[in-house]
Design a protein around this ligand. Structure first.
Ligand SMILES: C[S@@+](CC[C@H](N)C(=O)[O-])C[C@H]1O[C@@H](n2cnc3c(N)ncnc32)[C@H](O)[C@@H]1O
Ligand code: SF4
Ligand code: SF4
Length: 332
């Protein structure tokens, strides 16, 4: 059988974070680590050689706290890789100039009204997100708004959508997953969520919603392709298997990503992805969103149609809207 390449390299550049979100406990980690820039630079070069123009997601923790981030982004772009960064925006305005043009997919996290967002994130971030949108737009960047939807904020979907609409941004729905002792979403929540999604420029993966409604991953018939679709590297440069959230093994990648990728251990995990006890009911969307692409079933088609909509919004509709706007300006 032909082996399929991963499509995402997920680099945890730092475990530090200034926020204190209710659904994420990464900030509780004692002795948080930062990545060694030289090692991560080498990983980027090797990843390009081994896997072609894959996506590199620079994450954490809060990735903007990581000083050498622009350096790594530049290296990734120069190597022909595609880059994405999701940020809580706390440092975006300070670092916007040095990040400009280096991030293909920039996402700002915004979870609801000012009161809810600031309380949920443990620090004041709502106004920072709004200011960051304005800074980004002035610099010609198009951030997407990413809303982590929980049971508490479903009714705030129109609020976040209205902000996206005001700035003509794409709005992404990120259903919360249960992991840090927090509650996930039920079938009822998903039904309710669908009723609140009205904004045209919304990206939501309906295959993911269907998975949640059906109770998440089944260990008997797993949908998870975490190991096949992604390579996840922690700040110490180790490949995490089977995934960040339930890492049972950590493979050193110093000197050779290929060696870790071709190892018997990684293959062992690839065969068993989604079948461990802790995989029962899992809905961690960072892994399922790319997993659907590796399947040959209805979920794969559904997910593909949602991605096609995103591509349309971004690469067809937005340029047309911008062209009209510029023409109108020229006529005035
Ligand atoms: C892990 S954070 C890293 C980037 C940055 N610190 C931020 O919050 O934007 C990336 C995204 O994951 C989301 N997230 C965190 N915990 C989650 C959970 N339990 N379920 C779903 N999304 C979660 C955050 O809201 C954020 O939008
Ligand atoms: S800002 Fe991001 S990394 Fe920090 S606690 Fe919140 S979700 Fe986690
Ligand atoms: S099902 Fe969830 S916990 Fe299990 S390997 Fe996949 S992403 Fe990790």
């Amino acid at each position: 059988m032909k082996r399929r390449k991963p499509r995402i390299l997920t680099l945890y550049v730092t475990e530090r974070c200034q926020a204190r979100c209710s659904f994420c406990r990464i900030w509780e980690k004692g002795n948080p680590k930062d990545a060694a820039p030289a090692h991560f630079k080498a990983l980027l070069t090797e990843a390009r050689r081994l896997f072609g123009r894959i996506f590199v997601d620079f994450t954490g923790g809060e990735p903007l706290l990581y000083e050498p981030l622009p350096l790594l982004l530049k290296q990734a772009k120069e190597a022909g890789l595609r880059t994405s960064v999701t940020t809580n925006t706390k440092l975006y305005r300070q670092r916007a100039e040095e990040l400009k043009g280096k991030i293909d997919y920039l996402l700002f996290s915004l979870d609801g009204t000012r009161e809810y967002h600031d309380q949920n994130r443990g620090i004041s971030l709502y106004d920072t997100v709004i200011d960051s949108i304005e800074t980004a737009r002035r610099l010609g960047e198009w951030p997407d708004l990413l809303m982590t939807v929980t049971r508490e904020n479903i009714k705030m979907i129109p609020h976040v959508a209205s902000i996206a609409n005001h700035y003509k941004l794409i709005f992404q729905i990120n259903p919360v997953f249960s992991y840090f002792g927090n509650t996930g979403l039920t079938e009822q929540d998903v039904k309710m969520m669908k009723e609140y999604i009205a904004y045209h420029k919304t990206y939501v993966n309906y295959a993911q919603l269907r998975l949640i409604s059906r109770g998440g991953n089944s260990t008997l018939q797993p949908s998870c392709r975490a190991v096949t679709s992604q390579i996840v590297i922690d700040p110490q440069g180790r490949m995490l298997l089977p995934c960040y959230h339930h890492a049972l093994d950590r493979l050193d990648t110093e000197g050779s990503l290929k060696k870790a990728f071709d190892s018997t251990l990684r293959r062992w995990y690839e065969k068993r992805q989604g079948t461990f006890d802790f995989c029962e009911g899992c809905t961690i969307n960072c892994y399922f969103d790319p997993s659907f692409e590796y399947m040959r079933n209805q979920a794969a088609l559904l997910s593909l149609s949602c991605r096609a909509k995103y591509a349309w919004l971004r690469y067809v509709e937005r340029p047309i809207e911008e062209a009209f706007k510029n023409r109108k300006r020229g006529e005035l």
